[in-house]
Design a binder for this molecule. Structure first.
Ligand code: ADP
Ligand code: MG
Length: 468
């Protein structure tokens, strides 16, 4: 469970400090032990250089987030000096791009340390293609919020480069985009183990490009990408405002596309909304299939929690799973984090997982916005009213005025997207309408979002207004 906490911390650190910092510094460190009574967390660094750097630059970050994850207010972070413990020199072999898990393996450490490092190893394994073997289709839970993206991703593996090319998956943070990208890579590797598959974050692509220029390795850089069969680019929004990189990427894209090689992108927003992107690249990104993911329903969240618990050899009761799922609304990474915290706290303090315990752990450790009450229907209607001249009574009435009917459909769409309520609940609330009417409405609005950019942008503005 400590390993889970450390992984969870790395994810947060990646968001807060950037993935380069995590790959360069934090991946070199391991979490050694936790003294729950003294509130001290012991970390092990491979050498004094890494230790000092992290201590000088990231102490606050660690205290804040590890403290939150462990549910402790004033956490102390102490480095166990690897050198002192080992009384032997430690040789560190840095790789140009340490992939998760492999860094520790590349560190020559005495046997005593090695044991704990292996125990804390990040789940799954990666190789030159950067594919994480623990993200596969079989452990991805499908629900209405992600079924389209899932189906498209799966279809791509059956017919790479032919059906949906490129495939562009967008959605908020922590909704499963990276998981799907790796799943595509893993699946293609199963059916064709010789396929040259490369998963690359746009961030890393940018760095690779910059260092290729700096060290005169453009030829090598281009050659590497020319030979790829399946290119998976994660978080493509990070190439915005990087003109030279975009230029290089544009050519790589065209070459692969013309050769009918599969390309898949993920992004936190749809192509039209990525700022600072050259127009011709933007139109390339969107020229295949564009599909979105949003926050899953309560049922799907519960299923995900159960799957995650099962994967880490634990179980979680329906009651606890419901409790956690109903507390965490913003994304699945947080959902997983909440589960890890509850389980870790129970196991470290040797208590059973009860509702009371879960409540204690989560209430204290969730950041402010998760304590917000669930958005309710009234709130949504009120905000919508700033954009469309219809009151709740209008929306609930039987009126068949075309514009009113349309606004009602938009209300249904947001109610489904932003709350955990069922189609049935929404139908009842909006004048006793049938669940199939609500489903049809949502479908209609979604289709319009996909085909009408101006409308999509308007809805996005409204949504931001609703959730702020
Ligand atoms: P994103 O790339 O969209 O920010 P990730 O793919 O990193 O999100 O997902 C965050 C975490 O949530 C991962 O651990 C992932 O396995 C998990 N996750 C997301 N969606 C699902 C799902 N439908 N089923 C199982 N796990 C999921
Ligand atoms: Mg991601």
């Amino acid at each position: 469970m400590l390993a889970g906490i450390w992984d969870e911390f790395l994810t947060i650190a990646r968001e807060e400090a950037g993935s380069r910092i995590v790959e360069t510094w934090f991946k070199a460190v391991s979490l050694s032990k936790w003294d729950a009574i003294q509130k001290i967390i012991y970390l092990k660094a491979p050498n004094p250089f890494v230790k000092d750097w992290i201590r000088n630059n990231y102490t606050n970050l660690m205290q804040l987030h590890l403290g939150r994850l462990l549910n402790i207010d004033s956490l102390k972070v102490v480095f166990i000096d690897g050198l002192e413990v080992a009384r032997e020199p430690v040789t560190v072999t840095y790789q140009s791009q340490p992939a998760s898990g492999t860094f520790l393996a590349a560190t020559t450490v005495p046997a005593v340390q090695k044991r704990s490092s292996t125990a804390l190893k990040v789940q799954g394994s990666k190789n030159a293609s950067h594919i994480n073997s623990s993200y596969v289709f079989s452990n991805f839970i499908v629900g209405p919020s992600n079924s389209l993206a899932y189906a498209a991703a799966h279809a791509v593996t059956e017919n790479p480069g032919r059906l949906y090319n490129p495939l562009f998956i967008y959605g908020g943070s922590g909704l499963g985009k990276t998981h799907l990208l790796h799943a595509i890579g893993n699946e293609i590797k199963v059916s064709n183990k010789n396929a040259a598959v490369l998963y690359q974050t746009a961030d890393r692509f940018v760095n690779e490009f910059i260092s290729a220029i700096r060290f005169d390795k453009m030829y090598k850089f281009q050659a590497k990408y020319k030979d790829i069969d399946v290119l998976l680019i994660d978080d493509v929004q990070f190439i915005s405002n990087k003109e030279q990189t975009q230029e290089a990427f544009f050519h790589i894209f065209n070459a692969l596309y013309d050769a009918k090689k599969q390309i898949v992108f993920s992004s936190d927003t749809f192509p039209q909304n990525i700022q600072g992107l050259a127009e011709r690249l933007r139109s390339r990104l969107a020229c295949g299939l564009v599909t979105d993911m949003y926050m899953p329903s309560l049922e799907t969240k519960v299923a995900i929690l159960k799957k995650k618990a099962e994967q880490s050899d634990g179980t979680v009761s329906d009651e606890i799973a419901h409790f956690i799922a109903s507390r965490v609304i913003s994304n699945i990474r947080e959902l997983e984090g909440a589960l890890v915290r509850v389980m870790a706290f129970a196991s470290l303090t040797k208590q059973p997982v009860t509702l009371e315990l879960a409540n204690r752990v989560l209430n204290k450790s969730l950041p402010e916005d998760y304590k917000k009450p669930m958005l309710d229907f009234n709130g949504i209607v009120k905000r919508l009213n700033a954009y469309y001249p219809y009151s709740l009574a209008d929306l609930q009435a039987k009126g068949r005025n075309k514009e009113l009917a349309f606004v009602r459909q938009i209300a249904m769409f947001f109610m489904k997207k932003l709350t955990d309520k069922s189609l049935r609940d929404i139908g009842i609330y909006l004048g006793g309408r049938d669940h199939s009417t609500v489903m049809h409405a949502i479908d209609k609005v979604e289709k319009l979002v996909a085909s009408d950019e101006a409308f999509a942008q308007k809805l996005q503005r409204i949504e931001q207004d609703i959730i702020k």
